[in-house]
Ligand binder design. Structure first.
Ligand code: PLP
Length: 430
């Protein structure tokens, strides 16, 4: 027996499941090569930014208190600006998560009477309360900032006609969400976003095009900020943190906008000058250095899973051969037991909390129980292999992440193994 098979079998994988998984993976080699080529380019892009900014050992330690003259923090922000091709960047542990980064960016550049125009449909759930689409304390709506929305067309393209009609004299900021998140539409490519940005700026060059970049960083060779977005915003416990950042968010964009964001995060007058980095500078730098290959690992895992499950007859979104623009994969399982088994498999394959059994649970904001699997080093990190799904039709599991491809692969194999073990599925010997 080959030694790889032996390792898998020692970790509880049946021979038939292993053989099936290997047969799937074999077919994916040409696709993986293309993905490796993107990772290689992004790795060089990151290295170039680090070398240009003369990253040195002195940048790896942090400051305390006010955090004046935090050279590490300043270097990190310069590196991010270069990677994302923007004039400036705000990259801080004081930005607590992706939602906070997005809320910060919106609150910083908008004033009473301004209107947000979302052109890729309804924003990510957590932004509903930030904007005030759902009533909430401290929402932008309370400050007299209004909101309007244009959905994407049936075919996933921007509704340019609709945008023209919905825009008004108060329109100030255009919201575009790159990743579909947990919606059913397609994820937008950087090229599509670039076309939209050009269209929008042609109507009004003053409009601020803001892209929610969560889950999209380093999936392609370019970022939306390379193709016309005025601000890109995301979370460091997703792609750009490379699995190492323990907290944080970023905003990259036009210098005047970043200054407004800094003044909102700290205070007017203090701006970017304060905000001790404590101990995170090394993790932020090493994290962004690792991010291109970590994203590559997660993407390969998603493609492997799509192929593994599609060939078993499940609907997978994106499908097995589709081009990828973010790291999220959905599989419709149409069976509560299969959904549970999937999550149990992911959990069993984890480096942390592998002995824990995930159970469906009521979650705030959801109208059904939700099951979640995550054995992560950083709590809630979704660049690490994690899966969740609401306990209702179509019993879809959404999963993402994987710091290394072998781990992502093993996790997905274990999700299938769990279904086979529980008699929910049969794998015929290939
Ligand atoms: C994750 C995510 C967010 C919110 O980020 P949190 O860190 O969970 O607050 C916003 N938009 C998209 C598209 C996301 O994927």
């Amino acid at each position: 027996m080959d030694s790889l098979k032996k390792y898998y079998m020692e970790l509880g994988v049946d021979e038939a499941v292993y053989d099936y998984a290997q047969s799937i993976e074999k077919e994916l080699k040409p696709r993986f090569e293309k993905m490796d080529a993107v990772a290689e380019r992004n790795q060089l892009k990151v290295l170039k930014a680090m070398q240009k900014n003369k990253i040195a050992e002195a940048h790896l330690s942090g400051t305390t208190g006010y955090g004046y003259n935090d050279i590490g923090r300043e270097a990190i922000e310069a590196v991010y600006a270069d990677i994302f091709g923007t004039e400036d960047a705000l990259v801080r542990p004081q930005i607590t998560c992706g939602t906070h980064a997005l809320g910060l960016a919106l609150g910083a550049v908008l004033r009473p009477g301004d209107e947000i125009l979302a052109v890729s449909g309804k924003p990510y759930d957590t932004l509903e309360e930030v904007i005030g689409i759902r009533e909430s304390k401290g929402s932008l709506a309370e400050y007299g900032i209004t909101y309007s929305q244009v959905d994407l067309l049936e075919n996933g393209e921007f509704d340019y006609e609709g945008i023209r009609k919905a825009a008004g004299s108060r329109t100030k900021l255009i919201h575009i969400q790159r990743s579909k998140g947990y919606a059913s539409r397609k994820t937008l490519s950087v090229e599509q976003i670039g076309e939209a940005a050009a269209f929008l700026h042609k109507i009004n060059p003053e409009w601020i095009v803001m892209v929610d970049n969560c889950y999209g960083e380093f999936v392609e060779e370019t970022e939306p900020s390379d193709t016309g977005a005025d601000m890109v915003v995301g979370s460091l416990i997703k792609n750009p943190g490379g699995g190492l950042a323990p907290i944080g968010g970023y905003i990259c964009g036009r210098r005047d906008l970043i200054e407004q964001c800094a003044c909102r995060l700290t205070t007017p007058g203090l701006g970017k000058e304060v905000g001790a980095s404590l101990g995170v500078n090394r993790q932020f730098l090493q994290g962004i250095f690792m991010a291109p290959t970590v994203v590559n690992a997660a993407l390969k895992g998603a493609v492997f899973a799509a192929n593994l499950y599609e060939k078993l007859g499940f609907k997978v979104i994106p499908d097995a051969s589709e081009e990828r623009y973010d790291i999220i994969q959905a599989v419709e399982l149409h069976d509560p037991e299969k959904l549970k088994a999937f999550c149990e498999g992911i959990q069993k394959a984890s480096p942390v909390d592998s002995y824990v059994t995930p159970e469906p649970w009521a979650m705030p904001g959801y109208d059904s129980d939700v099951i979640m699997a995550a054995g992560t080093f950083v709590s809630g990190s979704s660049i690490e292999l994690s899966a969740d799904g609401p306990m209702k039709e179509p019993y879809a599991v959404y999963f993402q992440g994987g710091l290394t491809y072998p781990h992502a692969k093993y996790g997905i194999i274990m999700s299938l193994q769990r279904m086979v073990e529980k008699g929910l599925l049969e794998i015929k010997t290939v």
